[in-house]
Design a protein around this ligand. Structure first.
Ligand SMILES: [Zn+2]
Length: 272
């Protein structure tokens, strides 16, 4: 896009208009919130207290790509009060088959801003904070939970170490080809990412997305699982994937839950 305003720049010019500002939050759930969240409030596992906890929560999503798109979409839709979106890249046309927060007119627009624009339309009550930057530990301030949707081991270990240092809950995830993994981490209580995977694979030994490829729905499944685990931790639901990781092989629909214990020599979490 020559004007870098993306899909909503074109949409506004076509008369779609901007999202309206939400009313200030009430002590309990407003009628508008009761209607918007009615299909999750009716669940036996979900209560008004859970919904209010979500509204008070602040989540940092690291990466607004293949995993970050479903994660941010479902968290905004569910009513997380504040979402930080971290991504230093611009939208490329080769992203579009697996990153459904970005549309063709967004090519060339920073992903963090492209994502924030869509999420604002999805749920205007959510405060969206885009960071067009690489992850750094200072970004954790004020957040209750982090969902790591990055695509490099370097970032994954950096996010894990920072979340352990600040004792911030973390949902890890990754996808390549038709397989991936998800892990929920409560630092100091359950095994962290480095407890499960003490050493990063040697540089060059794991093919990148560009080399190995990835199917859009495979990323969608893994990202949806990350969003699900985030909602479990935020709302205090049972069954969170802590103390284990889930290995997902979508070629044959294999789901394997692998138990992981905390390591006494873990450089990230042993002293917590
Ligand atoms: Zn650890």
């Amino acid at each position: 896009m020559s004007d870098r305003r993306g899909f909503f720049g074109a949409a506004v010019r076509a008369g779609l208009g901007a999202p309206t500002s939400p009313p200030p939050p009430t002590a309990g759930l407003s009628d508008a919130e009761l209607e918007r969240y009615s299909r999750q409030l009716v669940l036996p596992q979900w209560t008004e207290a859970a919904q209010l906890a979500l509204r008070e929560a602040s989540v940092l999503v690291v990466g607004a790509g293949a995993l970050g798109s479903p994660v941010a979409t479902y968290l905004a839709g569910a009513g997380v009060g504040r979402l930080g979106i971290v991504d230093h890249d611009d939208v490329e046309v080769s992203n579009l088959h697996r990153q459904p927060l970005h549309f063709t007119p967004d090519v060339g627009v920073p992903k963090a801003h492209s994502a924030a624009a869509k999420l604002g339309y999805l749920n205007p009550a959510v405060v969206i904070e885009p960071y067009q930057a690489s992850f750094n530990a200072a970004m954790l301030e004020g957040h209750d939970l982090v969902v790591d949707c990055s695509d490099s081991f370097e970032t994954r270990y950096a996010v894990n170490a920072a979340c352990c240092a600040e004792r911030i809950a973390l949902i890890e995830g990754g996808v390549t080809g038709l397989s991936g993994m998800v892990m929920a981490i409560r630092p100091g209580e359950s095994a962290c990412y480095r407890c499960a995977f003490p050493d990063a694979p040697p540089p060059g030994s794991v093919p990148s997305c560009a080399q190995a490829g990835v199917l859009g729905p495979a990323a969608g499944v893994l990202g949806s699982l990350q969003a699900l685990e985030a909602l479990k931790l935020l709302a205090g639901l049972e069954g969170a994937l802590t103390g284990a990781f889930l290995q997902v092989d979508l070629a044959d629909l294999g789901f394997l839950r692998v138990a992981v214990s905390r390591r006494e020599d873990c450089p990230d979490c042993a002293t917590l």
